[in-house]
Ligand binder design. Structure first.
Ligand code: AMP
Length: 218
């Protein structure tokens, strides 16, 4: 089962990807998470990516395509993968197709498009808190941790990502509209896109995703 999770920032892709990958034994590949780890560790990729991520702009295609190629080549689960936050441009989508066909690996089988209105995105991102240590994601109203500011999973410190601050969120939404939204039509034409109503709570969205996956993959 090879899936792409597509949608605006704050659509809940990451939250759903973690849960579904765990439940179904899939490899979860989040380019955002990989980039944040690279920035934290000060690697050459991290140094290159930081200026874009901090401003809410897209990191150049070549950088993220390399990250994903490496993650896919790393093997992982034979059950399949979830690409979360990739592709975000047409060039990335095409690069992914070339990579999978070059290596004889099965390509994308379904694109789940999480549709969420802008106002909901802004509300979600401003209340989102992330764990500095393990990257787990919470929301102060919709998915609070048991203890304020502390990660349930690892006890790490929770923080508001710099790129979840209002001005940067506006840039991220603009980048999404311009570069990423055209992928919706691209994948509709390929017959791969299925829309999920993403503006409910995490459990409601999860149930909708499971229904779709159950119908297609059993
Ligand atoms: P995310 O956690 O998916 O919202 O990603 C956070 C940031 O990482 C984005 O605002 C971009 O700066 C960068 N990023 C993540 N994935 C990609 C991608 N596929 N293409 C370009 N930039 C990306």
């Amino acid at each position: 089962m090879n899936l792409v999770f597509l949608g605006p920032p704050g659509a809940g892709k990451g939250t759903q990807a973690v849960e579904i990958a765990r439940a179904r034994g899939l490899t979860h590949i989040s380019t955002g998470e990989i980039l944040r780890a690279a920035i934290r560790d000060g690697t050459p990729t991290g140094l290159k990516a930081k200026q874009y991520v901090d401003k809410g702009e897209l990191v150049p295609d070549g950088v993220v395509v390399d990250i994903v190629s490496e993650a896919l080549a790393g093997g992982g689960s034979s059950t399949g993968w979830i690409l979360d936050g990739f592709p975000r441009t047409l060039a990335q989508a095409k690069a992914l197709e070339s990579k999978t066909s070059e290596t004889g690996v099965k390509g994308v089988e379904m694109v789940l498009y999480f549709a969420v209105p802008d106002e909901a995105v802004i509300k979600r991102l401003s209340g989102r808190r992330m764990c500095r240590a393990c990257g787990a994601s919470y929301h102060v109203d919709f998915m609070p941790p048991a203890n304020d500011g502390v990660c349930d999973r690892c006890g790490g410190e929770l923080y508001l990502r710099d790129d979840d601050k209002p001005q940067t969120v506006r840039n991220r939404l603009a980048a999404y509209r311009e570069a990423t939204e055209p992928l919706v039509d691209y994948y509709i034409e390929k017959g791969l896109l299925v829309e999920v109503k993403g503006d409910g709570g995490p459990e409601t969205v999860r149930a909708a995703v499971e229904d779709i996956l159950g119908e297609r993959f059993c």
